[in-house]
Design a protein around this ligand. Sequence first.
Ligand code: 6PG
Length: 233
Amino acid sequence: MIEVEWWEYDSAADMADAVAGDIGFIVESAIDARGEALLALPGGSTPKPVFERLASSSLPWRKVTIIPGDERLVPLSDERSNVRALGQAFLPLGARVIPITGDIDDYKLAGNSADARLKDLKWPPDLVWLGMGEDGHTASIFSGPDLDAALAAPRDRRAIGVMPDPLPAAAPVPRVTLTKSAILSARTLIITISGAAKRALLEQALADGSSSALPIGRVLCDAEQPIDIHWHP
Ligand code: 6PG
């Protein structure tokens, strides 16, 4: 049985305060223990207020390396690029923000390249922070032809290229994502979601576990670390 704790807030602002506080604590603990911190952060809209709060905190950012937990295959200058948002938030603070994609159009090769790049980092991440889409995807582990490869990738495979099917409306492009095994290697795992519909979906996915029809259920079912889920209506 996986261990899950739900944290509920009245508003997005309250949730952002709490999540930023937790991440600050994770960063400080990692630096105390190992002299540095590695964070894998999500894309999408939910993280933005947390990024703003983190940016105004006085953490030792020069000792922090940040990667996107997933990336859309778009140029780094594209609004939809996850690392672009991370760079805007954290480069001015002195953090090391590392893109996981470059100019490779073939999504499978882009996944190989991301995997190689991540193998240069000190693993595991101190934090993998995940969001969830209304279709039950997490990071960029989506339904589609590459779902099983992302779920069943061997322990040392950190990233993989995937073609979501159907393509998500918000960014209808192939992706590169941390694999299930890379996500579950994290020292700490947190999830942020909002709204009653996503809450019901995630509760169902957790209850169904390995037989879940949703990617997030099949990713989380083998978690060995406790998972904090932060939610607001
Ligand atoms: C991505 C994300 C993705 C995201 C969810 C939730 O790049 O698409 O990493 O997994 O976390 O789609 O997005 P929202 O926060 O916008 O609801």
